[in-house]
Write a protein that binds this ligand. Structure first.
Ligand SMILES: Cc1ncc(C[n+]2csc(CCOP(=O)(O)OP(=O)(O)O)c2C)c(N)n1
Length: 374
């Protein structure tokens, strides 16, 4: 972890000097302090994207209309999603569109070991950038201005993307308030607890990336039950519902997908696939805390999305939305009695235990145990 830190304001000032004011992307914990400072700075706009591919495409549209490149921020887990629009739209061999990428480098091999889901991308990101012709600089505290200047010179001259890479721990964070803040009563963890209590014991769970999987894991630990009925989808944000569909098609057991609002928005098309297939043993639960809590609580666009309405329009025959523990328990009672595709959106308050741990088994061990159930 770098000892000297980058002040988010220093990066914002450097961007403003280069007339970059349009920012958009999907949050990353490495960029948390930067995104927070961005949201407070009137010189910039920050558009929330549902996935990284979309962010690049919006940046392209903005450039076509204004001739000003945008800044697209992302975690490198989502870098793969940008390869498609970079190579087939922005490339200097196609539309020749500049965009500045700000990429959080999870799994940086020179940093302390990261979670398994970041290992591969952490290792190959520099060579992937090279392979698709996107030059890059690793941001260092002492050279923020020159790095941004060099990047923007490239954008103007070459009319193609350039990436600024941020190692974990690079940004200076505001001192945290040490006071313990009480958690709200109805959080994701409380909802998960109610779900575990209400659904039959042999239900298979497929839980989304981030804190939902971590909380489910530790709820099992607290209850002294093993983890073999749960698949913790620690990487591949947005893929839990499709994995759940794949499983549900091949078993008669009940499969419960635990989704997040950010994750569901990232792959909203999967609702159409599931609604079309209508597996009657699938329960799709969406825990909606209106933010990306796992990467620092940045707001998502979920307040303007009627998830049950979307699910209904996609063909889910039973959809509900609840916003309290009592209404969740009532809906779960009804859902567990029926045999058809079900969608339940659960509005909860953001918040989780600051000491929340991570699954102790490796993803491979988790998969092996889970496969033992078939
Ligand atoms: C493709 C991709 N982009 C970004 C991330 C970083 N990331 C991990 S968890 C997460 C937030 C998930 O938000 P949501 O589904 O709403 O669940 P919550 O954290 O609020 O429980 C993000 C952005 C990622 N893992 N993969």
């Amino acid at each position: 972890m770098p000892s000297q830190k980058i002040e988010p304001q220093a990066l914002l000032n450097a961007l403003a000097n280069e007339k970059i004011s349009r920012c958009l992307g999907v949050p990353d914990s490495t960029l948390e302090a930067f995104i927070r400072a961005l949201d407070l700075d009137d010189r910039f706009e920050n558009l929330r994207s549902t996935n990284e591919c979309e962010a690049i495409a919006v940046a392209m549209g903005q450039y076509l209309a204004t001739r000003q490149p945008s800044l697209v921020y992302l975690q490198n887990s989502g870098f793969g999603k940008t390869i498609h629009p970079i190579t087939s739209l922005l490339s200097s061999e196609i539309f020749r569109i500049p965009a500045l990428l700000l990429i959080g480098w999870r799994g940086d091999p020179d940093n302390k070991p990261d979670e398994p889901q970041h290992k591969t991308m952490g290792k190959i990101m520099p060579s992937l950038l090279e392979a698709i012709g996107v030059p890059f600089t690793v941001l260092e505290p002492s050279s923020v201005d020159s790095a941004v200047h060099q990047a923007c010179f490239h954008l103007r001259e070459k009319k193609s993307p350039y990436a600024l890479i941020v190692r974990p721990g690079s940004f200076a964070k505001k001192k945290e308030n040490d006071e313990m803040i009480a958690l709200p009563a109805f959080t994701r963890k409380r909802a998960l607890q109610a779900i575990l209590e209400a659904l039959p014991n042999d239900t298979l769970f497929v839980s989304t990336t981030g804190k939902a999987s971590r909380e489910l894991y530790f709820l099992r630990e607290e209850a002294g039950t093993n983890h073999s009925r749960d698949l913790y989808v620690v990487g591949g944000m947005g893929c839990a519902s499709a994995i759940g569909l794949g499983i549900a098609r091949e078993t008669t057991r009940t499969v419960c997908v635990v989704d997040g609002d950010g994750a569901a928005l990232m792959q909203l098309g999967t609702l159409a696939t599931i609604g079309h297939q209508k597996p009657d043993n699938l329960i799709h639960l969406l825990i909606d805390n209106e933010c990306y809590e796992s990467t620092g609580g940045q707001p998502s666009i979920s307040p303007t999305v009627d998830f049950p309405g979307v699910a209904r329009a996609c063909g889910y025959p039973w959809t509900r939305r609840v916003d309290s523990l009592a209404s969740l328990q009532e809906a779960l009672k009804e859902a567990s009695r029926m045999h058809q595709l079900r969608f339940l959106a659960v509005k909860v308050e953001p918040g989780s235990d600051p000491e929340l741990g991570r699954p102790l088994e490796t993803p491979r061990e988790n998969a092996e145990n889970f496969m033992g159930k078939f």
